[in-house]
Design a protein around this ligand. Structure first.
Ligand SMILES: [Zn+2]
Length: 275
């Protein structure tokens, strides 16, 4: 796990074992706010140990940016904290997350001790603020990657945890294109010093606008590509040959996983546009 400090009181943890998924901690004298929790117990526990060292009062809130396993599994290691998220995150974790975890536990014995913690503090639309100590943190509904996705913005240090609204390739398989575009535009409206992606490296201020624009362009490009495949009659399977570079992104990040996400996007979009 890579551990870095992006401001005086904000730490980012990046997984070595699963798709460079990130989690973060906003530390105050009155306790910490954790943003996501990493998927595998060994790394989540290392993160918990580190936070207990830099923040004696412990974790007050665990914010879940959406219900996917790679962001939520570690929350059980913070039993003293309230779990906060979108109301749909609660529903999705209960309905989809529970059977998915049981299936995952059958394959991966290291997940045996994981117990899901759906948010017990929720909000619906728009945004809500959390305050711990002097730190004000805005939770902003940002659907698109999933319907329950939220971003976490730390006012004082202008750090945005964009979660999977910003990653090396947008993933739309479980989401909605137009909502995704609207959420990316929300990112551009915030003054940002550092932006923590849901997966991959921390983005600095000067790169934020470009990265968002490249993501918006990518969404347009895959829509045009799929529309072309439908119109020409080339069909669904032809999309598997598409390279992510042809839609303006690099295949290097996340150890090549981005190309798989790209093809999954195209197939999902094809199914949506032909149904
Ligand atoms: Zn993710």
């Amino acid at each position: 796990m890579l551990q870095e400090r992006v401001s005086d009181n904000i730490y980012v943890f990046t997984s070595d074992v699963y798709a460079q998924v990130t989690a973060g901690a906003i530390v105050t004298r009155e306790g910490a706010i954790l943003v996501d929790s990493l998927p595998f117990p060994a790394e989540s526990r290392d993160m918990a140990t580190f936070i207990s060292r830099v923040c004696r009062p412990g974790v007050r809130y665990v914010v879940l940016t959406h219900y996917h396993a790679d962001h939520t599994y570690g929350a059980y290691l913070f039993p003293e904290a309230d779990v906060v998220g979108h109301s749909r995150c609660r529903t999705l974790l209960t309905q989809v997350g529970v059977p998915a975890l049981e299936a995952a536990q059958a394959e991966a014995p290291e997940l045996e001790e994981v117990a899901l913690r759906p948010p017990d503090v929720t909000f619906d639309d728009g945004e809500v603020s959390l305050q711990v100590g002097q730190q004000v943190v805005r939770l902003i509904h940002a659907p698109g990657h999933t319907r329950d996705s939220i971003m976490v913005y730390v006012e004082e240090s202008r750090v945005l945890f964009a979660a999977d609204t910003v990653m090396p390739v947008p993933s739309i398989v479980d989401g909605d294109m137009d909502e995704f575009r609207a959420s990316l535009r929300k990112v551009t409206e915030l003054p940002i010093e550092n932006m923590v992606q849901g997966h991959g490296e921390v983005i600095l201020r000067g790169e934020v606008q470009d990265i968002v624009q490249v993501s918006l362009d990518y969404l347009d490009a895959i829509e045009a590509l799929v529309a072309g495949a439908i119109k020409s009659g080339e069909g669904r399977e032809s999309l598997r040959k598409s390279s992510i570079e042809s839609c303006g992104l690099s295949r290097i990040p996340l150890n090549g996983l981005v190309q798989q996400i790209h093809v999954a996007n195209l197939l999902a979009l094809y199914d949506r546009m032909t149904s």
